[in-house]
Write a protein that binds this ligand. Structure first.
Ligand code: HEC
Ligand code: HEC
Length: 399
C-alpha cells in the first residue's frame, strides 16, 4: 500500500520543495567538493515570497515586519512524514544500498545539492596520503585491504564497528513495514559515509512526541577530535559516549524487545571513538597555521570576505579557532522572523571544510552556502549588500 502511494506522495513533497527552493542546477564555476566528484552549487535558491523583490529588501525590514508579512524564506524544514519519520537516505545511496530504500518516501533534495558520494576520507595520522578511501565507499568487505598497515589494531576494530550494521528502530530482524529488507540493519557509516555525511536525515532523538522533534541532517564526523559538544541539542561530550547512544538512534525502549540488546558496549564504543578521533578535514591550502588566509594564495574577494567574517558580519563571534566553531549552543531566536514553535538553543557547527557538507543548518533548510549567508544576514540583522555576501561565500569556500 505504501508503495502504491509513494509516487503520488513524492509528487506532493517535490511540489512543496519547488515552492520553497529553485533547484536550478547552477554551480559555482570552477569550485568542486574536495573529492572532485561534485561541484559546489550556487545560490541563494530559497524562493522569495510574494511582496519581496530581492534579498536586499530584507535589509529594510524589521524582524516584526518579516514575521507579520510572513515572508521569512528560511523557515524550519520538516520531515516529509513527520509523524512516522525515521531515517531517509538520498537516492544516490539507495541505488547502491537498495536495502535502505523506503517503500513510502524518498529524500526530498536532488542529489546534486547533497554531499559527494562516496566522500573522500582524510586522516590526521596520514596527511601526506590525502584521500585514503581510494575513491571507494569503505565497507565491511573492503576496509581491511584499504587500511591494513595504516591503522592500529584498536582503530581498525573501531572502523569495523562503524561499518557493521546493527539493528535500529526500523532496520532490524523483524518482519515489518518500511523497507523490503529491514534485517540488513544500518551502520554508522550508512549515514556518516566514509566518516563524512551523505545528508541522510532523521528526527532528533531528544524530544517527544514526534511532532515536536526537529529534523536533523547527518553532520560530518570530520574534525570531531576537537569538538566538545556533539549533537544539535544533546550536548554529548565524547565520541565514545556518542557511539554507545547513537546505535539506538531513536532511544525508544518500547522497541527494545523486538530489536534486541545494545551491541555497542563500552569497550566497543571506545574503539569506535579511537577511529573517529583521527578523521580529519580536507586540506585548506589557502589557510595558514593561524587559520588566517595566506596573502600570497588568496584573492582580493576572499580577503574581503575574511575581513567581513571577522568584522562587520560578526561570524567569528561564534565561529573561530582551528575549526571555526565555539563549542557552545546558541539560541539564534529565529522565531522572531516566523510564526511557529521556537527551536531553542542549537550547537554551533564547525565551518572547516564546510563546502563539502550541504545542505546547511541542522535541518538542511539552507541548500547552499549563499543561502546560509542570506540566513545569517537576516537573523543577525547585518545589512550586508550583495557584493559583501558574495565575498563571504568566497571566503567560506576557502575554509
Ligand atoms: C540514520 C543516519 C545515522 C546513523 C545510522 C548514525 N548517525 Fe550519527 N548522526 C546522525 C544525525 C542526523 C545526527 C545529528 C543528531 C542531532 O543533532 O541530535 C548525528 C550526529 C552524530 C554525531 C555528532 C556530530 C556533531 O557534529 O555534533 C556523532 C559523533 C555521530 N552522529 C556518531 C555516530 C555513530 C558513532 C553512529 C553509529 C553508532 C552513528 N552516528 C549513526 C545520523 C546518523
Ligand atoms: C550567535 C552565534 C553565531 C553567529 C554570530 C554566526 N553563527 Fe553560524 N551557526 C551558529 C549556529 C548555532 C549554527 C547552527 C544553527 C542550526 O543548525 O540551526 C550555525 C550554523 C552555520 C552554518 C551551517 C553549518 C552546517 O554544518 O550546516 C553556516 C554555513 C554558518 N553558520 C555560517 C555563518 C556565517 C557566514 C556567519 C556570519 C555571517 C555566522 N554563521 C554567524 C551560530 C552562529
Amino acid at each position: 500500500m505504501n508503495e502504491s502511494r509513494k509516487e503520488g506522495f513524492m509528487k506532493k513533497v517535490d511540489a512543496y520543495m519547488a515552492d520553497r527552493y529553485n533547484f536550478n542546477g547552477a554551480e559555482i564555476e570552477g569550485v568542486m567538493q574536495s573529492g572532485l566528484r561534485k561541484p559546489v552549487m550556487k545560490g541563494p535558491i530559497a524562493i522569495l515570497p510574494n511582496g519581496v523583490s530581492s534579498y536586499e529588501d530584507f535589509n529594510n525590514m524589521t524582524a516584526d515586519e518579516i514575521k507579520q508579512k510572513d515572508v521569512f524564506p528560511y523557515k524550519p524544514l520538516a520531515h516529509p512524514i513527520h509523524s512516522t519519520a525515521h531515517m531517509v537516505f538520498p537516492d544516490e545511496w539507495n541505488e547502491v544500498h537498495p536495502e535502505h530504500n523506503r517503500m513510502d518516501m524518498d529524500h526530498d533534495f536532488p542529489d546534486e545539492y547533497l554531499p559527494e558520494f562516496p566522500a573522500p576520507l582524510f586522516l590526521t595520522t596520514y596527511k601526506e596520503l590525502g584521500d585514503v578511501s581510494n575513491g571507494k565507499e569503505i565497507t565491511i568487505t573492503n576496509y581491511w585491504e584499504l587500511f591494513n598497515g595504516l591503522l592500529t589494531p584498536e582503530q581498525m576494530e573501531g572502523l569495523k564497528e562503524l561499518l557493521r550494521p546493527s539493528p535500529t528502530t526500523w532496520f532490524n530482524q523483524t518482519t515489518h513495514r518500511i523497507t523490503k529488507a529491514p534485517s540488513a540493519g544500518g551502520a554508522c557509516f550508512s549515514c556518516h559515509v566514509n566518516g563524512h555525511t551523505n545528508a541522510a536525515f532523521e528526527l532528533a532523538p531528544d524530544a517527544r512526541p514526534n511532532l515536536a522533534r526537529l529534523r536533523v541532517e547527518t553532520p560530518t564526523m570530520r574534525g570531531n577530535y576537537n569538538l566538545q559538544l556533539l549533537a544539535s541539542k544533546r550536548s554529548v561530550r565524547s565520541m565514545d559516549h556518542f557511539a554507545e547512544i547513537e546505535e539506538y538512534f531513536d532511544g525508544d525502549p518500547m522497541m527494545q524487545q523486538a530489536i534486541g540488546p545494545r551491541a555497542h558496549q563500552k569497550q566497543v564504543a571506545n574503539r569506535m571513538g579511537d577511529f573517529n578521533s583521527i578523521i580529519d578535514f580536507p586540506p585548506a591550502p589557502k589557510l595558514g597555521p593561524l587559520g588566517k588566509l595566506l596573502k600570497e594564495k588568496a584573492n582580493e574577494q576572499e580577503l574581503r570576505g575574511e575581513s567581513l567574517f571577522w568584522g562587520k558580519a560578526m561570524c567569528s563571534q561564534c565561529h573561530s579557532g582551528p575549526e571555526f566553531v565555539d563549542d557552545y549552543m546558541h539560541d539564534l531566536q529565529v522565531e522572531r522572523f516566523y510564526h511557529g514553535r521556537p527551536e531553542g538553543p542549537i550547537k554551533t557547527f564547525a565551518l572547516r571544510g564546510i563546502k563539502d557538507s550541504p545542505p546547511y543548518l541542522h535541518d538542511g533548510r539552507c541548500p547552499t552556502l549563499h543561502d546560509a549567508v542570506e540566513f545569517f544576514n537576516i537573523i543577525l540583522e547585518l545589512d550586508l549588500n550583495t557584493k559583501e555576501k558574495e565575498d563571504l561565500v568566497a571566503y567560506l569556500l576557502c575554509l
